[in-house]
Design a protein. Structure first.
Length: 367
């Protein structure tokens, strides 16, 4: 009797074991419990050239990180660092290239000292506006050339923001002629800085967080920054009296997200697709935000703070245009890739200008 009971117990235990195994309740091997690529959580750092949470520029990378976290259900978890929190504002390119952080957000013209032609992927004086830059990058071959340029630095770039046409900047004296540019110490990066230098000015490159103090203390005589929305946030109207337009030097500056190549290649295909979609969404969203918020900010600056709005004289713009043509033409001489980038950009600009003269420009003239 006791033997029969023991046998029944054994049969019962075996039956339960089989049932648990069929339901997935039995212990699994380490191989079967290891997370697949679709389950793995990637924790990244994103470093930026902007002060933390600066309206528009600084909030865009935060928005990008939030979007990717939501799209991936937490599988791509990105912590954003403002300028100076992990590395300096102008150290983002090298830090992401070396793997100190997996992702960065900034502007390609900050790396002009390392790669002169990179500035063309942000903006060109008297060049394409935001709409035209997006067309060139995404449908005119520009993005492929950008990635070829950054490939030796282990970086994968994406367009991730555009402010639209900027203002010419803040000045502590009136600009009435070309002569007023001589000796003018102005914070202005990229190709615009080179143009100003050849027109007699003294370009200075400063990260955003240092602009106000430099202008207020007289280290610089003038500065460009972005436009009314960001300029009001920086209180630049309390450090300079005259606010000039148009932004000849930055008619449609594209901002960039760069991803470390090794980190990019470690991602599964679906997370890579999410980055492609999210960066393009942020690229469009920033332009929409600046378009909407610059209006109210300009009204506040002029009506509430008494800012003196001025247009740059025609002869000044003509001289800057003349010098700009020389500076941009010289980019093609750097190396074969620079020549290809220059050729692609200038050809697209010629083509799109022809159409926009009878569409966008023609409409604005009669609106």
């Amino acid at each position: 009797m006791q033997i029969r009971i023991k046998v029944l117990k054994l049969i019962t235990l075996l039956s339960v074991g089989v049932l648990l195994s069929s339901c997935g309740g039995a212990p699994q091997s380490a191989e079967t419990t290891a997370p697949s690529a679709s389950q793995q959580i990637f924790r990244w750092k994103m470093i930026t050239t902007w002060p933390k949470n600066l309206p528009g520029l600084g909030t865009a990378p935060e928005r990008l990180a939030d979007m990717l976290r939501e799209m991936s259900a937490g599988r791509l978890d990105i912590r954003v660092y403002g300028a100076g929190e992990l590395v300096g504002a102008l150290e983002v390119f090298d830090a992401v290239s070396q793997g100190t952080a997996e992702m960065g957000h900034g502007a390609a013209y900050y790396w002009r000292g390392k790669i002169p032609v990179a500035a063309m992927f942000t903006t060109v004086p008297f060049g394409m506006n935001a709409q035209e830059m997006n067309g060139w990058l995404h449908y005119g071959g520009g993005l492929d050339l950008w990635r070829e340029l950054y490939e030796p630095f282990n970086l994968v770039p994406f367009a991730a923001g555009n402010t639209g046409v900027q203002m010419a900047g803040w000045f502590n004296k009136e600009i009435n002629s070309v002569e007023d540019l001589r000796g003018l110490k102005m914070r202005i990066p990229g190709l615009g800085g080179e143009v100003l230098a050849r027109a007699g000015g003294v370009p200075v490159v400063l990260p955003g967080g240092e602009i106000y103090t430099a202008l207020q203390t007289g280290v610089i005589d003038a500065t460009e920054w972005v436009g009314p929305y960001n300029d009001l946030a920086f209180s630049l109207h309390t450090a300079a009296k005259y606010y000039y337009y148009p932004g000849w030097h930055e008619p449609g500056p594209t901002l960039e997200t760069v991803v470390n190549k090794a980190a990019w290649e470690a991602l599964p295909d679906d997370l890579r697709a999410m980055i492609r979609v999210a960066t393009q969404a942020v690229n469009e969203d920033m332009l929409s935000e600046f378009t909407a918020r610059n209006n109210a900010a300009l009204t506040t600056l002029v009506e509430d703070h008494g800012v003196l709005l001025r247009r740059l004289p025609d002869d000044v713009l003509a001289r800057l245009r003349e010098v700009s043509d020389q500076v941009v033409a010289e980019i093609a001489d750097a190396d074969p890739l620079a020549a290809r980038i220059h050729a692609s950009y200038t050809q697209y600009l010629r083509d799109v200008r022809r159409y926009h003269d009878i569409s966008e420009k023609a409409y604005l003239e009669v609106r």
